[in-house]
Design a protein around this ligand. Sequence first.
Ligand code: ZN
Length: 370
Amino acid sequence: MTKKKVFRIAGETIQLGETRDLKLKISEQFTGDPVGVPIRVMRGKKRGPTLFVTATVHGDELNGMGVIHEIMYGAQLELVAGTLILVPVVNVFGIETQNRYMPDRRDLNRFFPGFKSGSLTSRVAYLLFEEIARKSDFGIELHSAAQPRTNFPNIRGDLKNADVRRLAWAFGCELIIDGKGPDGSFRREATKAGCPTIILEAGEPLKIEQEAVEVGVRGVNNVLRELGMVAGEPVLPAYQVRISRSTWVRAEVGGILRFHVKPGDPVEQGQRIATNASVFGERQNILEAPCDGIVLGMTTLPMVKPGEPVCHIAVPSRSLKSLRLAAARVTGAGKKKRIRAGALVQNLARSETETMPGRGTFAKEQRKES
Ligand SMILES: [Zn+2]
């Protein structure tokens, strides 16, 4: 369908070589006025695959919108073939209230492929799915962590699907997490419907962060290159690693946290993650890494109750030692092979030269870190 000369979306026909900004009507306000999702469609001069890039399906996750804005208004994108559908804000309801959810308090990203005569959210999901997922050959969804957390940029997808695997590795994040995604999520249902889709999880909600935008823009361009839609080869980090499992470090007691790691840091089993102090400042306990891994996500809220998640540790399918060796090869002086180093490579190289901080009192730690 998408290799045809004529491409129709939101009731409009877009010709080869044309770029158009459209509104896809997905619902109505109380006043009966239309509610539309803004869509940019860019077509290369030659036929080719259709790729969608969507952001802000959760109304408070804004980094993806920043990525799409940069693609629209940053360095000129020379689309040589195919069709690119850019959707900077999917959840036009949620962004108005800075909220993850829809007005009926449902999570839009659990209602795909939707139902024509279902609930408000189900109808919106149906229209988006029919117009975007079913008209595309490939998809990229851009997300951030949920409140109150942040994620080190990572790609997720069903790696059993060969096309998903191709996109996931081409995108160019260091960490690739295998999984189909929850029932009713856009990426799971789109992949099931024949449109292999990956997601980027990067940064925290309610922010547009430079690092997340850089990773996202590079990744989307990499996928466009992989699909032959723009010229050139993907720019990949020194290495990429599949994440075989992950684990959460949780608070044992209520208190105030002081963090010793940040997203993307490699951690060894027993390494300090956070110190928990009482409201009077007295140290209560130190949370430690239960295994070797890489900090995938963290809470951004420094207060916890027992059981609340503090730090999400990804366990790579290769040892930290082998990743450090790969990082050293890339950052080492005088090496011929110069591949662009990603953030994780820099973290791994740095952690090798740093000495592990010893255990001190909470007050000492505070002085050292301030
Ligand atoms: Zn999300």
